[in-house]
Design a protein around this ligand. Structure first.
Ligand SMILES: NC(=O)C1=CN([C@@H]2O[C@H](COP(=O)(O)OP(=O)(O)OC[C@H]3O[C@@H](n4cnc5c(N)ncnc54)[C@H](O)[C@@H]3O)[C@@H](O)[C@H]2O)C=CC1
Ligand SMILES: CC(=O)C(C)=O
Length: 259
């Protein structure tokens, strides 16, 4: 299984799962284009990646803005001399009972979690087509893209939508040698879960840390997921070993959701 020499763009690469994916792909020999809004943290990840002996470049882009995603892909191709894989990882969470959701809530999270993935799909596919080569598109869904979670209803809707886009894009691009898949993590100990836990506390009065603990206790394998666990699946999906897989939304959750 190898991604050696491939050019791979990862969004949301400044921290958490995106950083974990970048480090794993760099260890496996890929050259990386790192995209995020957080410039300082992104620069730190670039240095970590380069220390592993591969090439890296950064682009500050808001994935909800189509032109910025297209510019980031163009930058990656020009700077790193090719373009093979995009990992549409950037996303945000939102904890709110459905009865309190307002139009602005929907707008914000859909623009990032769904539009952002679609712009990434479009920009990558356009580049693969222009280069007359095959390519891989890998999108962040979630266990919440398979089961709707209470208080995470709108977030869950965005992750179901990512699965829909993944399936449709797989069908539209298969004849061009482009595969499209999604990874569906479970409970990963990142800043996103710190924020989810805090919001649950505010809304329900549950003591801080308890919501995260309760969810982790429900994992069959008995521990929280790490970014490296997620990155192992993404590294497989980015490699040639996954060439015959397309349109799938693969669970990596230690045993929470069974499909
Ligand atoms: N943490 C978890 O338990 C799970 C996370 N996921 C998904 O994995 C992905 C990564 O999550 P985490 O690393 O946990 O989150 P995180 O909050 O730790 O990191 C997300 C990164 O995305 C960036 N980002 C956010 N909005 C952006 C925008 N508009 N443009 C560019 N970059 C933006 C942030 O700056 C941050 O660096 C997300 O799509 C999330 O929904 C899926 C299942 C479980
Ligand atoms: C953040 C996330 O996707 C879940 C379900 O924990």
């Amino acid at each position: 299984m190898s991604v050696k020499g491939k050019v791979i763009l990862v969004t949301g690469a400044s921290q958490g799962i995106g950083r974990g994916i970048a480090l794993r792909l760099a260890k496996d020999g890929a050259n990386l284009a790192l995209v995020d809004l957080k410039a300082e943290k992104l620069e730190a990840v670039r240095k970590e990646v380069e220390a592993l002996g591969v090439k890296a470049t950064t682009a500050i882009a808001d994935v909800s803005k189509r032109d910025e995603v297209f510019a980031a892909v163009d930058h990656a191709e020009k700077t790193l001399g090719g373009f093979d894989v995009i990992v549409n990882n950037a996303g945000i969470a939102q904890v709110k009972p459905l009865s309190e959701v307002e139009p602005a809530d929907l707008e914000r999270i859909f623009r990032i979690n769904v539009d952002g993935v679609l712009w990434g799909i479009q920009a990558a596919a356009r580049t693969f087509q222009a280069r007359k080569q095959k390519g891989k598109i890998i999108n962040a869904s979630s266990i919440a893209g398979h089961d709707g979670f209470a208080m995470l209803g709108v977030y869950s809707a965005t992750k179901f939508a990512v699965r829909a886009l993944t399936q449709a894009a797989a069908k539209e691009y298969a004849s061009q040698g482009i595969t499209v898949n999604a990874y569906c993590p479970g409970i990963v100990g990142t800043d996103m879960w710190v924020e989810i836990d805090e919001r649950f506390s505010e809304i329900t009065g549950t003591p801080k840390g308890e919501t995260y603990k309760k969810y982790v206790e429900g994992i069959a394998l008995g521990r929280a997921q790490t970014p490296a666990d997620v990155a192992a699946l993404v590294a497989f999906l980015a490699s040639d070993d996954s060439d015959y897989i397309t349109g799938q939304a693969i669970l990596t959750d230690g045993g929470i959701v069974y499909r």
